[in-house]
Design a protein around this ligand. Sequence first.
Ligand code: SF4
Ligand code: SF4
Length: 246
Amino acid sequence: MSNLRIDTDKCIGCGKCVKICMKDHLAVKDKKVTETLHGCLKCGHCIATCPKQAISFADPKDNDILGKARQEGFMDARPVSEEDLTAIRDKMEHSSSMGDLCETHILEGKALNKFMDDVWEAVKEKEADTDIVREMAEWRDSNKLGPNPALWNGSQVLLIFADSPEKAFMASNRMKTEGFGRGVIGFHSNVIMMASKIDGGLAKKHVPHIDKKLYMAYVIGHGRRIIEPGIAPLFKKAKGLKDKLF
Ligand code: SF4
Ligand code: SF4
């Protein structure tokens, strides 16, 4: 199934989108990009990376969500609370109609740092010509204390393990819906999935208790300017009071 709209008049066949797609869903043929239909997960990386704005989502609603996430200045550095994480993971892992969908694991703090060190070891040579790997190299060489560019401002990574890509995809959609209602957003990490493809033992090394396959790695956090659901009713109340008084 195609989730994308490709404007072949704009496409120059540079292949940047092919390189960034962690699902091998895109290929360049006769100097134009085409879909291989290997299973697009609507991460939006190809859209963000295309220098000619030749790709968009087929469903305008998906473009709106992506556009809104960008306008929000994307993520700030606050970690997602234990309560929100539990609710999101519960929603992802079980569906009343399909039963168990996936198993999830959160990486944060030192465990995340060690994991990202191994991600770096895996990708540093094989993917050295990829933009994000170059950014990671510059960040590591500069010894800057800022956040790892692969994580943006995120401080937690949600790993999604499943028996099939369909179940992982469904779990990821449930995560986005539940998360958005809680002011929680994020992005699929293509660099983590690149590393996992190169080093097949990466997930097992860091999450030995889960036997299923790693399908997705989602950097999770708070949207910068999304009003927290708990605060929104207070704003409404204050506005109502102001309207009454003035
Ligand atoms: S990144 Fe854009 S211009 Fe380059 S091949 Fe992909 S769609 Fe075409
Ligand atoms: S949206 Fe993501 S998974 Fe789909 S084609 Fe683009 S990069 Fe690949």
